[in-house]
Each structure stands twice: as C-alpha cells, then as structure tokens.
Design a protein around this ligand. Structure first.
Ligand code: CTP
Ligand code: CA
Length: 228
C-alpha cells in the first residue's frame, strides 16, 4: 500500500527534543525560571514531524500546543523531571536537539508551605541542576546525533564552541540576544550553526518556523553523512 508518510525524508527516525523553560519550585506558588517561550523548540517539533520523524517532545511549562500526530509530548516542570524524561527517551532515538532553557540552579530546600513575607532581607540558597545535554553527550553512541543551543550575550562563537566540546555535541545552534528580533520571546530568530570542525554557518533573521527548517536540513545532512 502507498502511504504519504513513506516518502518523507525522516520517516523511520525518532528524534528527541527538549523545549521551553524549567520552573524550579521555591514554594507551592513561586519558582525560579526564565523567559523562554518554547516557540523555537515547538517549531522544530512540527518541522521534524512534517518530514516524517517520530518526535519525543519533552516540554517545560509553555503556553503552546503541538499539532502534528507524530509528536509525542511529555510535559515536565523542572530540570530534574526533564532529565529523567530524557534519560528514558534518548536511548531509543537517532538524534536529539536540546533547545530547552534549563534552569542552571534550583532552590536547595523548596518550602512545602507558602513562604510568608517578613519585611526582612531574604535569600534563596540555590544548588546546581544536572546538565542534561552533557549527560546525553556521555550516553551518546556512535550512530546518534546530538545538537544543542547556546544562548549568548558576549563572546558568542567562542562560548558556543566551548559548549559544543564540553557537552560532546555534534553541532550547536548559536542564538544571539544581541540581534534585534532574535531570542526568547520573539517570533523571529537569527542563528548560526557551529560544527565539530569549528565551521560556522550564519543564517539570516527569519521566522522561527523558517529557522526550524534550516536546523532540520542541517540535522538531516549530518544524519546522512553518518549513514555513508
Ligand atoms: N542544557 C541542558 N541542561 C542544563 C543546562 C543546559 O541540557 N542544565 C543545554 C541547553 O538545552 C542547551 C545547551 O545545554 O542546548 C547550552 O545551554 P546554555 O544555558 O547556553 O549553556 P550552559 O552550559 O548552561 O552555560 P551558561 O548558562 O553558563 O552559559
Ligand atoms: Ca545555562
């Protein structure tokens, strides 16, 4: 029988994606988090699924809906939950794109009760969260492709290249906050992709849906090279 899915370039591939921020509880009503909207990650999920990939979308708290039936969405709240979901999913995947803005720290002792205002100075003790991308880089086997994002405000290319090596990524998507119209909340983004040979490819400012196409094209090329 003929099936429309059959001719798509990523049919038969399973790809893990992390997206959105993580929220780290301070108490039942407050958290430590960041401004990530998850739009770039969800655009990637739609693009991957559109090309026939089975997508494991591990999403932090976002106000977005995934539409494509090939997207299996797993909702998490904090970095520890995201880490556990990734540990479970990544071994079954041929590729992973780590686009989540994971909180680097979490409150050491979240309060079970709402913390009362006292009028005094108040400080939060934060402890480091697991580096999920780095753990995936350790787990990765020869056939798997692992990609990350780097959000930088200064020394962009050098910092991104360092992360690529430290986390054992195959390529890293550099997201510049210096470019107007790029970054967290925007519907547009301007990225560069840096590979293991330190080759840098710059893409123009585009909608996140168009940027997702560029990133998935790049991923496909890397996957193809692996197979030959
Ligand atoms: N990342 C992750 N888990 C973390 C922190 C980051 O998986 N706890 C991933 C991000 O999803 C991204 C890459 O690592 O793909 C780089 O994230 P970024 O925050 O830019 O880098 P960090 O290594 O956290 O360094 P810093 O925030 O100090 O720049
Ligand atoms: Ca970080």
């Amino acid at each position: 029988f003929m099936n429309a899915e059959k001719n798509k370039s990523l049919t038969g591939k399973k790809v893990m994606l992390t997206a959105g921020p993580t929220y780290e509880a301070i108490d039942p009503v407050r958290f430590v988090g960041n401004y990530s909207s998850g739009k770039m990650g969800f655009a990637l999920a739609e693009e991957l699924a559109e090309r026939g990939a089975q997508v494991e979308l591990i999403a932090g708290p976002v106000h977005l809906t995934a539409h494509h039936p090939l997207i299996n969405r797993i909702d998490v709240t904090n970095a520890q939950e995201m880490f556990e979901a990734c540990m479970e999913s990544f071994p079954h995947c041929q590729a992973a794109i780590m686009s989540a803005a994971v909180s680097d720290y979490r409150p050491e002792h979240p309060s079970e009760l709402k913390i009362k205002r006292s009028g005094d100075h108040f400080s939060l003790n934060l402890v480091p969260n697991p580096d999920i991308a780095m753990e995936m880089g350790r787990m990765k086997h020869a056939g798997q492709v692992l990609a990350g994002f780097a959000l930088e405000t200064n020394n962009e290319a050098a910092n991104a290249a360092k992360k690529l090596v430290a986390k054992n990524l195959d390529f890293i998507v550099l997201n510049s906050l210096a470019v107007p119209g790029a970054g967290f909340m925007a519907d547009t983004n301007q990225v560069s992709i840096i590979d293991r040979e330190n080759k840098k490819e710059d893409f123009p400012l585009k909608s996140k849906a168009e940027v997702a196409k560029d990133i998935v094209d790049y991923l496909e090329a890397v996957l193809k090279k692996r197979e030959t």
